[in-house]
Design a protein around this ligand. Structure first.
Ligand code: LRH
Ligand code: MN
Length: 430
């Protein structure tokens, strides 16, 4: 392992100061859970084997169409992004995977990039293609669509780019391609809603046929933005129809922010699992649109209910259950490292609480239509403070009990502000 970005002595020093209080809280919670027939160590072990990938593009400051306010010391290339991802995994111990985005993360030597990540104890998760922006010198614009474009040469360009992402993915050890297209319309009549879907399916099937046998292709639906009247893959229904038509290796990815407010996302999870098409997640939170806010920061109960469905799916895998867990957030006002440490903890916390639901009691109450008992059985788990379990898991995995305290004492961001070149003012998500 390369020297990790934060000194191990600093982590050890902080943990030594926090460990007694943690043991006391852990033992007290253990007794409380014991009275509920739950073995706290069993939940801790589940948490220790739980992981969520971080988005390379989330390590930098994000922005909106109005503005982006750079952070001194934010990363300017994939090498610096990997270093920041190493900090998140060193302190939090639950984010071993990094999901890259191309061409934003392009380099000349992908084998070296893979070794660089592995040296930090990181691996590359799903690769993301990008046919929602035009690149300098690009032959055909994506202004009116990519995989669903009416222009055959543009569709072929988008297909070639996705196939190139698969080739890069093979070199860096990835096993999945995520395809989100911004294709859609802003005016009724602008495109035929049926034929644009047909063009998308025909083009996507050419990407599908380039998949290695042990890979999955995940289709990411999104209701709106950048298109504001119709989006070709606007909802789980369109995504499911496409995934079923493309083939067994094609699954659906659920980005929590890609739904209308108040949509029952946990039920979408249950339906996609039922169809054997639950491919993965982009965790974040939102109050209005695709706000890409920190996971569980606005509606932690929804995130818990999503994990409640995931635990049910884990218990009855049916047509298969192997979802990819990834974060996809835009950090416009925080230090991205702190936001992703906080989000990874929140996500693991929802998993831990869903894992301690008394499933037998819940199912009996559901079958007996004992509404209040069923609700309270879920709520009891949701209202359990699992922070001692999460901290104990971090400590036992060599991470930081108090990750925020350690990160801030490390002065890591100040150091990077000295080392890294400044990022200019701008707008847009990255
Ligand atoms: C689209 C999206 C997609 C990424 C992009 C950065 O809104 O969620 O997953 O490619 O954000
Ligand atoms: Mn996403």
């Amino acid at each position: 392992m390369t020297n990790m970005p934060i000194s191990a002595e600093l982590v050890a020093e902080h943990n030594a100061a926090s460990r007694d209080a943690l043991s006391d809280e852990y033992d007290s919670l253990g007794r409380k859970l014991g009275r509920r027939g739950i073995a706290i160590d069993a939940i801790k072990e589940k948490v220790k084997s739980f992981g969520v990938a971080v988005p390379s593009w989330g390590t930098g400051r994000g922005g909106t169409r109005f503005a982006k306010f750079p952070l001194a010391g934010e990363p300017t290339n994939i090498h610096e992004k990997l270093e920041d991802c190493a900090v998140i995994h060193q302190l939090g111990r639950s984010t071993p995977g990094v999901s890259p985005h191309f061409p934003w993360d392009c380099v000349d030597d992908y084998t070296a990039l893979r070794e660089e990540a592995n040296a930090y104890g990181l691996v590359f998760d799903a690769v993301n293609s990008n046919t929602f922006q035009d690149q300098p010198g690009q032959a055909h614009t994506y202004a009116t669509g990519s995989l669903s474009s009416t222009v055959e040469a543009t569709r072929q360009q988008a297909i070639d780019h996705n196939v190139e992402c698969i080739e890069i993915g093979k070199q860096i050890g990835s096993k999945a391609l995520t395809v989100w297209v911004g294709d859609g319309t802003n005016f009724p009549g602008q495109q035929d809603l049926g034929r644009s879907f047909d063009r998308y399916l025909a083009a996507a099937s050419q990407v599908y046929s380039a998949l290695p046998g042990d890979w999955k292709m995940m289709l990411e639906h999104k209701m709106f933005e950048p298109a504001f009247y119709s989006s070709v893959i606007s909802d789980w229904g369109s995504s499911l129809m496409a995934a079923q038509q493309l083939g067994d290796q094609c699954k659906c990815l659920v980005d929590l922010g890609h739904h209308a407010p108040n949509v029952n996302i946990e039920q979408i999870v249950a339906r996609l699992h039922h169809a054997g098409k639950l491919g993965g997640f982009h965790f974040n939170d939102s109050k209005y649109g695709d706000d890409d806010l920190d996971s569980g920061s606005i509606n932690p109960h929804q995130l818990f209910l999503v994990f409640n469905e995931l635990i049910e799916a884990e218990l009855s895998p049916g047509k298969g259950f192997d979802p990819s867990y990834m974060i996809d957030q835009s950090h416009n006002v925080t230090d991205p490292i702190e936001s992703m440490l906080s989000s990874a903890e929140t996500i693991a916390g929802c998993y831990a609480r869903a894992a301690m639901v008394d499933r037998d009691a819940l199912h009996a109450a559901q079958d007996g239509n004992d509404v209040m008992l069923a609700f309270r059985t879920l709520r009891t788990a949701y209202e359990t403070d699992v922070t001692p379990i999460l901290a104990m898991a971090r400590d036992e995995l060599g991470g930081a009990i108090d990750w925020l305290g350690v990160y801030r004492s490390s002065k890591y961001r100040d150091r990077k502000a000295q080392e890294r070149k400044a990022v200019g003012l701008g707008a847009g998500i990255v």
